[in-house]
Design a protein around this ligand. Structure first.
Ligand code: F6P
Length: 499
């Protein structure tokens, strides 16, 4: 199938976007969808009837239905680690026994939130959330997107081992009234443990008598947190089946729940559950995460696109591209199938992006006239939530839509410098409003799209062995300063840096 599609899609052999619109009068209605208050539009992509039919046949051949059932019923969808993926249970959508365990853990989390709000840790003005990768990117996105008005607490996220990041993170915080939340699935991550120790020292130097008593641990390995002198009463456990980059729904979301309030956290889960129901029960031909994956596969495999740009036309969603980088690249940046065979197709592209309109004045030159093709995704919100004249938001949205139109339409000119090829694909995602519920649905959409891509590729999206080798070598260098077998270049760098 793939070769046939590739031949048909050779430059000149495929229809342009404008031709597709001309020939398919119902194109917009067939390729736009509304789910959970979010409007999705794939009409400006090269998905046509044949490609959709071929993609649907591929989904069937790759066992999409069974894989989706396995995800929601606690099947082993992460075979290399012999585990189910239970993030869906965190929002009530998984196997009943997993949902029960998640619910019980969430009740404990809620009790802790209530206690903190009730003054169990004294007066609080700030939270220092320590964690990295999936233990930080999700909660940071939530607080940045929803906390501008809602939060009375100053919440800072600290991930990097760089001391400058620590200095930055604590600058606006008062040690006397700051709670430290340490999120780490393994509770063994170098950056997180180093920053936790530095935070304890910072509390002590700030006059806090019992720094350990101000640290809350969120982890799948409570015994490892106990070893780090954290009392069991201040440990919130989450399940081993909850992958780091899928964990914001669990107690990893504690800092967000504290900043946004418990009702908002519940609404986030409900929004995600609504998208879960759509993904789980809707037919493949109108299933938005699956259709998104069809477009993703089309551009990577048949148009040889190696990147995918995501542009948030809303300041509140400025962290979305960073969150998606981990979700998509750590999940699907693989070279072998679930069975360990070389994968047949190119897998995840590089996810990158930025915020509109700023990005228009920085990277859009390449998107409009560069020699590489990159599908672009615009994410915008119909209702604004700022104190400025409504004209700001109107212009913001119009700019997003203008970019999509310009990429598709292009403009011919006798002057090659001023000519735009057009026929460049984009997707639009328009939220009615940005609140906890719609953000939950949006993030769940991206999770399921990532899963659907993995099913079409036959790969496991839930492990991440690729990050281990670099960690091992760093550990080895930290331990023996390069006494072992080391290449000349790395040894010279270490000598020059004096490390
Ligand atoms: O290095 C990658 C990674 O393992 C991510 O998958 C994970 O989200 C991050 O590190 C942090 O791991 P932990 O939550 O165990 O500290």
């Amino acid at each position: 199938m793939c070769r046939a599609m590739a031949e048909r899609l050779q430059p000149g052999a495929t229809k342009t976007l404008k031709q597709l619109f001309d020939e398919e009068p119902d194109r917009l209605s067939r390729l736009s969808f509304e789910v959970a208050g979010i409007y999705f539009d794939w009409s400006k992509t090269h998905l046509d009837r044949d490609i959709l039919d071929e993609s649907l046949a591929r989904a069937e051949r790759m066992g999409f239905g069974a894989a989706r059932d396995a995800l929601f019923s606690g099947g082993i969808v992460n075979p290399s680690e012999g585990r189910p993926a239970t993030h869906v249970a965190e929002r009530g959508s998984g196997a009943p026994d997993e949902v029960d365990v998640s619910t019980a853990r969430r009740q404990r989390m809620r009790a802790l939130v209530d206690a903190i709000e009730g003054g169990a840790f004294g007066e609080l003005t700030g939270i220092l959330h320590i964690g990295i990768g999936g233990s930080a990117l999700g909660p940071a996105l939530l607080v940045d997107a929803l906390g501008r008005r809602a939060s009375t607490l100053t919440v800072r996220f600290l991930s990097n081992i760089d001391g400058a990041a620590f200095d930055d993170a604590v600058k606006p915080l008062d040690p006397a009234t700051t709670l430290v939340v340490v999120a780490s699935k393994t509770f063994s991550t170098l950056e997180t443990l180093s920053n936790m120790d530095a935070a304890r020292a910072w509390l002590r130097q700030g006059g806090v008598g019992d720094p350990d008593g101000r640290v809350i641990a969120v982890t799948a390995k409570p015994e490892a947190a106990v070893e780090q002198a954290i009392d069991e009463t201040r440990i919130l456990q989450f399940g081993e089946g909850v992958g780091g980059r899928y964990s914001l729904w669990s107690s990893v979301g504690l800092s967000a729940a504290l900043a946004l309030g418990w009702d908002a956290f519940e609404a986030l889960l409900e929004g995600a559950a609504e998208m879960d129901r759509h993904f789980r029960f809707t037919k493949p031909n109108v299933n938005v995460p699956l259709i998104a994956a069809f477009a993703d596969r089309l551009y990577v495999e048949n148009f040889a696109c190696q990147t995918r740009g995501v542009f948030s036309y809303d300041e509140r969603l400025r962290l979305l591209p960073f969150y998606l980088q981990q979700l998509e690249m750590e999940s699907n940046g693989k070279s072998v199938t679930k069975d360990g065979k070389a994968v047949q197709w190119p897998t995840a592209p590089v996810t990158w992006g930025g915020t509109g309109t700023d990005a228009q004045h920085a990277v859009f030159q390449l998107l409009h006239q560069g020699t590489i093709a990159a599908p672009v995704e615009f994410v915008a919100v119909r209702e604004s939530d700022d104190d400025q004249d409504a004209e700001h938001h109107r212009l913001l949205l119009l700019n997003a839509f203008a970019q999509g139109a310009a990429l598709m339409e292009g403009r011919k000119s006798d002057d090659p410098q001023r000519s735009y090829s057009g026929n460049r694909p984009s997707t639009a995602i328009l939220l009615e409003r940005l609140d906890a519920r719609s953000l939950g649905a949006l993030i769940a959409f991206y999770e399921h799209r990532t899963f659907a891509n993995a099913v079409l590729l036959g790969i496991n999206p839930f492990d991440q062995f690729g990050v281990e080798l670099g960690k091992d070598i760093a550990r080895q260098l930290a331990e023996d300063s390069g006494e072992g077998e080391l290449d000349a270049s790395t040894r010279a760098l270490m000598e020059r840096a004096g490390v």
